[in-house]
Design a protein around this ligand. Structure first.
Ligand code: NAD
Length: 591
């Protein structure tokens, strides 16, 4: 399978430095000839030009070399007025390999000989030596080098197609399997059912051709993973990201399976996405890509099979395109094929604040359980985006005192309390919560370690780790973000008596209201915001107590309890539907 990888800005910079050396009038590498090896010359010049240590230059070179060694095809985007992303010819790609090898510590593609004098000749010679006579004579090699240099000197973007698998470290699917295994062990899960739950039920990989604004064609790889539908149609978002991998989508689909199950929704779990860089694409390109993705997966999605939703870098507007394209294929409006739509085309009231409202309801229950009075209880919120802002606003509404909030630039702290609406207005005006009038600056690390009753991590994963778990002083940690606490930190918090409301429960308000959107679409009858809020409260409060009871019954923390409950519900549904066919413990199963 061909995967597309972009060169980073640093790698592109280094590439340009290499070709500059062969340009007619080198600007960046004028001094390079004073060095004895091309490798050292490149690393030193790169470090000086970009102001980074030489060890980092070496890392950039090694990563660039790896990508180009593994490349099947390389595409180069020229600047205006051409601006197209076009492939290098096979000869140019071979020459590129020779060029990069030439700058390596011990070149393998060049015969022994000089490098610094007559450098074009050295490269042409190496090219002919390595690739043999099929590649023409020295003249052709020099012409190829000249063309390559011209293309790379002005390149604004380089994409590499490779057959090498896309690897992510740490692999999230591995983490998802570990969580399943732990729950299975505690539940003494039937081994046959456990075997089924380790893998997704169905995985789609599609390649979507898109005509780009510049007239070139790019083919993007999209995924849709339907992990398990024992409890109902699969449900889960669509993520657009340049580093997306199938293992990541699979893990996210597994987590959706547990999230819908723990909240008691009649839904399974799925997830999808496209490997693309939405920040580099125009709106028209994104629309063509999204519609192409729908056409590619249309046979496998639908209100009764699999219902996508927004996720990282996908928006309500895109959900409307998905609904429209699918409806064009089916022949009539099918609002229920996707959720997270704008309200005027079948979206639900209350969706934008749903995740945070759900989180607030779980905090209310946790506070009751722990005997904490929410009137005046102190709250710190990390991340002030959709989830963080609404969480601060809603907890403030029920009487909590918001003593600190933060975003990627840092935090604002005031032990006397912050007004969430005014902080938002300040952020809208200045781009950050930092320097909010009357507050003092606080780092994200300090915010997590504040003395407070409730801590809401609502930004990124892996924020509370083995390194800082011991310093957390909150009584309740409500996970607005996905995966903000690492498993080893979880253990530490549990031992310290900190009550963690796990992500699959605390931030499940979003998927609950998405489910309500599906229901309203199917009825073609829409609820008021109050009805949505009441139903959300009822659903998530019940889920909270189901998990709490499981945790008391098995003396495990809330996260393990949530996984146990979810896995048990999916397993029971599988057994109920399939009879004993897949149970290794059934006396009816042949041995
Ligand atoms: P968002 O993009 O609206 O907001 C993210 C916020 O985090 C921004 O304020 C950003 O400045 C801040 N941030 C980024 N890097 C940071 C850093 N290093 N330190 C501190 N703050 C940082 O995203 P969102 O929709 O609010 O989602 C936040 C988290 O909640 C994500 O983990 C997401 O997966 C999860 N989540 C969101 C929903 C939802 O409905 N939006 C549902 C479930 C889970």
């Amino acid at each position: 399978m061909l995967n597309s990888v972009e060169l980073t800005a640093r790698e592109l910079g280094m590439m340009k430095l290499m070709v500059d050396f062969f340009a007619e009038k080198p600007e960046l590498t004028a001094k390079i000839e004073s060095y004895t090896t091309a490798h050292y010359a490149l690393l030193t010049t790169y470090s000086e030009n970009f102001g980074i240590p030489i060890e980092d230059s070496l890392k950039v070179f090694e990563e660039l070399q790896r990508k180009l060694t593994e490349a099947e095809y390389v595409h180069v985007k020229a600047p205006e007025p051409i601006k197209k992303l076009l492939p290098l010819t096979r000869e140019e790609l071979n020459m590129l390999r020779v060029l990069v090898d030439y700058f390596s510590e011990s070149p393998k593609m060049a015969p022994a000989g000089s490098f610094l004098s007559k450098k074009e000749d050295a490269l042409a010679e190496a090219y002919l030596w390595f690739y043999g006579s099929n590649e023409g004579n020295g003249e052709v090699a020099r012409e190829t080098l000249k063309n390559l240099v011209e293309k790379l000197q002005t390149a604004v973007f380089i994409k590499v197609d490779t057959l090498a698998p896309v690897a992510v470290a740490p692999n999230p699917y591995e983490a998802a399997l570990k969580q399943l295994d732990l729950a299975a062990e505690k539940l003494k899960l039937d081994p046959g059912i456990h075997e089924i739950l380790k893998r997704p039920m169905r995985t789609l990989i599609v390649n979507i051709p898109v005509v780009m604004d510049d007239g070139s064609i790019q083919v993007f790889t999209g995924y849709r993973v339907q992990y398990n539908d024992a409890l109902g149609p699969t449900k889960g978002g669509i993520r657009y990201h340049p580093d997306l991998s199938l293992d990541e989508v699979t893990a996210l689909a597994a987590w959706m399976t547990w999230k819908t199950a723990v909240t008691g929704l009649p839904l399974g779990g799925g997830k999808g996405g496209i490997r693309c860089n939405p920040k580099e694409m125009s709106k028209a390109e994104l629309e063509r890509l999204t519609r192409g993705y729908v056409r590619a997966i249309a046979k496998f999605i639908g209100p009764f099979t699999d219902v996508p939703a927004p996720d990282v870098y996908t928006t309500a507007e895109m959900m409307a395109w998905i609904m429209d394209e699918y409806s064009e294929i089916i022949g009539y409006p099918v609002f229920g094929v996707v959720t997270g739509k704008p309200i005027n085309v079948g979206g639900s009231r209350g969706r934008s604040e749903a995740t945070s409202r759900g989180l607030m309801y779980t905090v209310i229950e946790a506070a009751k359980h722990l005997g904490i009075n929410l009137k005046g209880a102190t709250v710190a919120v990390q991340g002030y985006g959709n989830v963080g802002y609404h969480a601060a606003r809603l907890l403030h509404e029920v009487g909590c005192k918001i003593i600190a909030v933060s975003d990627s630039k840092g935090g604002a702290c005031n032990p006397e309390g912050l007004d969430p609406e005014k902080v938002l207005a300040h952020k809208d005006k200045t781009g950050s919560v930092v320097d909010y009038p009357g507050s003092t600056f606080i780092t994200n690390e300090q915010l997590l370690e504040l003395e407070c009753d409730i801590l809401v991590p609502a930004a990124l994963e892996n924020q509370i780790t083995k390194a800082n778990a011991d310093k957390i002083k909150a009584k309740i940690v409500a996970e607005g973000a996905n995966g903000p606490v690492t498993p080893d930190a979880d253990e530490i918090l549990f031992k310290k008596g900190i009550f963690v409301i796990p992500d699959i429960l605390a931030n499940s308000g979003g998927v609950i209201v998405s489910y309500f959107e599906q229901v309203q679409n199917q009825m073609n009858y829409y609820w008021t915001e109050e009805e949505v809020r009441n139903k959300l409260k009822e659903t998530i409060t019940k889920a909270f107590h189901d998990v709490l009871n499981m945790s008391k019954q098995h003396n495990v923390n809330m996260r393990t309890a949530a996984y146990m409950l979810a896995v048990k519900r999916v397993a029971d549904a599988l057994l109920a539907r399939k009879g004993t066919a897949f149970s290794l413990e059934s006396p009816l199963t042949p041995r």
